[in-house]
Design a protein around this ligand. Structure first.
Ligand code: TRP
Length: 449
């Protein structure tokens, strides 16, 4: 079975080395494994929630798209697209919004953090909270459920959102699936290394700490950043402690085990920090020079990027569009045309309007008949001591989709749980009897449309 892996990248910034090592690189490698079907997309609708600077949104979409492709993502092998090119996603978002409990969304960390901050400052709890921020997890659920992803690689802060997608998908399945699971329930996959790649100051590399190493801008930018990595004050010649040097952690994240061992030994032997930084630069530059070059080429041809992403959208919509059609059907957004067609079609009409009619016998027992649309009596039930039992049996008959009809001579009986509960009329020949059995089966079949 193929595993569908899906992840989105919010387009509000420029990817740095930490993003590349922690998320982009592993995702690209995962997409090259056999047996996986990957969906990677630019979460540009999500970006609008946090950012109202159109220039920045546009720039970031371009840079992130170029980063993934420069890093080796093969758009023919995966589905790579912009969220905002898939109109089915906001449509699904609405269907999900209508089943998502507000109480569930009240508990979302991002929203709660805003409320807590407001309360701390004596403000209205919802001050500055847009509906976009509040509904953020529903849009994310639509991203994930639209493609029935099995696995969703995310940072730790997003795990709760994936769990909400499970909840919301499960609720939709329950309400509208009629036994069918429309949505696959996704699992969050945490990239351990996301949390561990340190920045210049040793804290997690993150734009919000302003401690990042740039990825593809230029060799010089990278070198400048590396020169600012914080180290202890041990002089060249003094033994260093590799296990407490984030410079070494960074080196190790990109080196082979053999290279790491050599670096460790040299640090223990007193390799100077300046020299160590130079080695880190060389290691990174050796790995990143070629993709950097590709990145610059891609950025220079934005129209080509546009074509690649539009082709990705076409591919994604091949799945999304028929699936959304099924979901619209499920919730009752159906064409009137099929309704007209089915009421004029006699066999379906019979199915639709066959009905159970219950009555009381003179002896006080209860029975029901099943009447076809044209009034033909298809079944007469046994006698039941009370109306409730009669009702329960007719209800079960309406709900079970495999009627146990047993032919007996020129008539037939209907069985339920090992007991005969009703019988059909007697016929003058077997053909007439069999035709009646067929009409009965059609009448008992749950209406599908
Ligand atoms: N919210 C995610 C983030 O900021 C990005 C995202 C949007 C996402 N939709 C997604 C991630 C669907 C995984 C699956 O990191």
């Amino acid at each position: 079975m193929t595993t569908r892996i899906l992840t989105g990248i919010t387009t509000t910034g420029t990817p740095h080395l930490g993003n590349f090592a922690g998320a982009i690189g592993p995702a690209i490698r995962a997409s090259q494994q056999p047996g996986v079907d990957s969906f990677y997309f630019l979460a540009d609708y999500h970006a609008l929630i946090k950012c109202d600077d159109p220039q920045r949104i546009q720039r970031s979409r371009l840079e992130i798209a170029a980063t993934w492709l420069a890093g080796g993502l093969d758009p023919d092998k995966v589905t790579f697209y912009r969220q905002s090119d898939i109109p089915e996603i906001p449509e699904l978002t609405w269907l999900l919004t209508c089943v998502a409990a507000k109480g569930l969304l009240n508990r979302a960390h991002a929203y709660k953090a805003s409320v807590d901050k407001n309360l701390e400052h004596g403000e209205d709890p919802d001050a500055g909270v847009s509906m976009g921020l509040f509904s953020y997890p529903v849009l994310m659920a639509a991203d994930i459920l639209m493609f029935n992803a099995h696995r969703v690689p995310v940072g730790r802060d997003q795990v709760q959102h994936v769990e909400m997608a499970r909840d919301i998908g499960q609720r939709f399945n329950h309400l509208f699936g009629q036994g069918k699971e429309f949505f696959t329930l996704p699992e969050a996959v945490i990239e351990q290394s996301v949390a561990t790649l340190p920045g210049l100051d040793g804290r997690k590399m993150s734009k919000s700490y302003d401690n990042t190493i740039p990825l593809f801008s230029s060799a010089k930018d990278m070198k400048d950043a590396i020169s600012r990595i914080v180290t202890d004050s041990r002089a060249p010649g003094e033994a260093k402690d590799p296990d407490n040097a984030h410079l070494f952690t960074l080196y190790q994240a990109f080196s082979t085990p053999v290279q790491a061992q050599a670096m460790r030994d040299d640090l223990l032997q007193g390799l100077g920090w300046g020299e160590a930084k130079q080695r880190l630069f060389q290691l990174l530059d050796q790995q990143l020079a070629a993709p950097r070059e590709r990145y610059q080429q891609l950025l220079a041809r934005p129209a080509d990027l546009e074509d690649i992403l539009l082709a990705g959208a076409v591919k994604a919509r091949k799945t999304a569009s028929p699936f959304l059609e099924q979901l619209r059907e499920a919730v009752g957004l159906r064409s009137f045309r099929t309704l007209v067609a089915s009421t004029t079609e006699t066999s379906k009409k019979a199915v639709k309007s066959a009905r159970f009619v219950s009555f009381r016998e003179d002896d006080g027992t209860f029975r029901f008949r099943l009447l076809a649309a044209d009034g033909e009596q298809l079944l007469l039930s046994q006698r039941f001591a009370d109306g409730k039992s009669a009702g329960a049996v007719s209800k079960q008959l309406q709900q079970s989709d495999d009627a146990d009809v047993r032919v007996e001579g020129l008539g037939f009986g209907l069985w339920l749980n090992g007991e005969q509960v009703a019988q059909g009329p007697s016929f003058t020949d077997a053909a007439a009897r069999d035709a009646a059995v067929q009409r009965l089966r059609a009448a008992l079949k749950p209406v599908e449309n």
